[in-house]
Design a protein around this ligand. Structure first.
Ligand code: UD1
Ligand code: MG
Length: 462
């Protein structure tokens, strides 16, 4: 295969999105649109990847960083003008250049590869993708002669009523032989309905030069759908979500209701895991085998081991080991590390906290910036006071300890191993291993006092 390059056009801001964020940075199943394009292109083995940027260029550059080279198009004078900006970097290089649009994120690696292979095989000056769509409105139409050869592309705004009936359209994906591309670009004009330099005019120019134009018709028309507004963004999301969910189901994951299951593109799930309706799994999340992920659960950028049972809970940027039970309504904020066999029960909030093997926090507790050893029991209502209004402090609780209900642990504080803390204690001082701690007032009983109290209260002199 000859050297190959790719140019992604993304200089237009995408005004129809009505957004401060560049169109190509809007996420689709957890990944910015442009990354879908660059990731697929990178898998084709292209030698260099260029992105044409203009409006909101800094946003695009920040997202892609070193993964692409950037070409600036100061004014957006059309798709042809955008490709012209690549002249200084590409014109001198032999080989092929794939030109595509940053707002068509579903094109697969295989489609790009197929186009490159077809181009190499045919020896054409350009090989372009075409698609047959029932509603071609707004798209460039492919004009062929009686022999079926492509003559040109005509844009919707420049098309005659007869041409508008053509259902074969231009998805905007082309493979050019470099030497032809830049000489043909020289002949572009902006003499059309939109006053732009259309890249699409290059097809007619190449034809008039008597050079060969090859084409491939895309088999799955969904792949070439573009995003111009948020309605289209949502429909592409639905298409991609269906593909992702079907992939997991084929890999042995049960999705009880795939229609209401939202799984980002990079999420991994082990076999025999069951995902209930209304679950969102996002970011770089990896879930093990034979788990139960109950309704309403949201897991973001976390790892979950095998045989973990989660009910209606939120887990963010945390690691959960095997055989853990979580929820219902547990909230694991970033930085938690939950070891195997742990129970994090109902209405428990954990933040930046590690919990050792077999420990239990069954209900209504808040642990922030804490390290709990193994086989320790954290009673109902235990709270770490980890913030003094200025700084966060850590709480350490050893192994095999028992922290009674409604204990306040005033950080920084260290509780040893095999410690027993009496219910309702407010712990301000470290507790050594094996010690019992109680920190509350003794109970007072005043016998037969209630009648006296009520009389005093009634007479108002209490
Ligand atoms: C383009 C095609 C049309 C095709 C359609 C498929 C042209 C003239 N028309 O139309 O035949 O059916 O895509 O979606 O090419 N861009 C720049 N610089 C510019 C103008 C555009 O980088 O000066 C970028 C945009 O950011 C966008 C892409 O090129 O990512 C396509 O531009 P857009 O304005 O959406 O073209 P369409 O009108 O959709
Ligand atoms: Mg478009």
């Amino acid at each position: 295969m000859a050297d190959s390059y790719a140019v992604i056009l993304a200089a237009g801001q995408g005004t129809r999105m009505k957004s401060k964020t560049h169109k190509v940075l809007h996420p689709l199943c957890g990944k910015p649109m442009i990354r879908h394009v660059t990731d697929s292109l990178k898998q084709t083995g292209v030698n260099r990847l260029f992105v044409v940027v203009g409006a909101l260029a800094d946003q695009v550059k920040q997202e892609l960083g070193a993964e692409a080279e950037f070409i600036h198009q100061e004014q957006q004078l059309g798709t042809g003008h955008a490709v012209m900006q690549a002249r200084s970097v590409l014109a001198g290089l032999a080989g092929y250049t794939l030109v595509c649009y940053g707002d068509t994120p579903l094109v697969s690696r295989d489609t790009y590869l197929g186009l490159l292979a077809a181009h190499e095989e045919s020896g054409a000056a350009v090989t372009m993708l075409t698609a047959l769509v029932p509603q071609p409105f707004g798209l460039g139409r492919i004009i062929r002669n009686d022999a079926g050869e492509i003559l040109s592309i005509v844009e919707e705004k420049d098309a005659t009523p007869e041409q508008k009936l053509i259902q074969e359209i231009n998805p905007g994906l082309y493979c050019f032989t470099n030497s032809v591309l830049f000489s043909a670009l020289d002949q572009l004009t902006n003499n059309n309905a939109q006053g732009e330099y259309y890249l699409t005019d290059i097809i007619g120019i190449i034809r008039r030069q008597g050079l060969k134009i090859a084409s491939q018709t895309v088999s799955n028309a969904d792949e070439i759908l573009g995003v111009n507004d948020r309605v289209q963004l949502a429909s592409l999301q639905t298409i991609l979500q269906k593909q992702i969910n079907e992939r997991h189901m084929r890999n042995g994951v049960t999705l009880i209701d795939p229609q209401t299951t939202y799984i980002d593109v990079d999420v991994q799930i082990g076999s025999d895991t069951v995902v209930a309706p209304g679950v969102t799994l996002s970011g770089a999340t990896a879930i093990g085998e034979s788990c139960w992920i109950g309704s309403g659960t949201q897991i973001n950028t976390s790892t979950v081991g095998d045989r973990v049972h989660i009910q209606s809970s939120i887990i963010m940027e945390s690691a959960v080991a095997d055989d853990v039970e979580i929820g219902p309504f547990a909230y694991l904020r970033p930085g938690c590390k939950i070891s195997s066999g742990v129970k994090v029960g109902d209405f428990v909030e954990l933040k930046n906290t590690s919990v050792g093997d077999g420990s239990k926090i069954p209900h209504l507790a808040y642990l922030g910036d804490a390290d709990v050893g193994s086989n320790t029991n954290i009673g109902c209502g235990v709270v770490t006071a980890n913030y003094d209004g200025f700084r966060k402090h850590r709480t350490v609780v050893g192994s095999g300890s028992f922290v009674g209900c409604n204990t306040n642990l005033i950080a920084p504080v260290t509780v040893g191993n095999e410690v027993y803390i009496a219910t309702g204690s407010t712990i301000t001082d470290d507790i050594p291993d094996g010690a019992f701690a109680i920190a509350r007032q003794r109970q007072t009983i005043k016998e037969n006092y209630v009648d006296k109290l009520k009389t005093r209260l009634r007479e108002g002199d209490a």
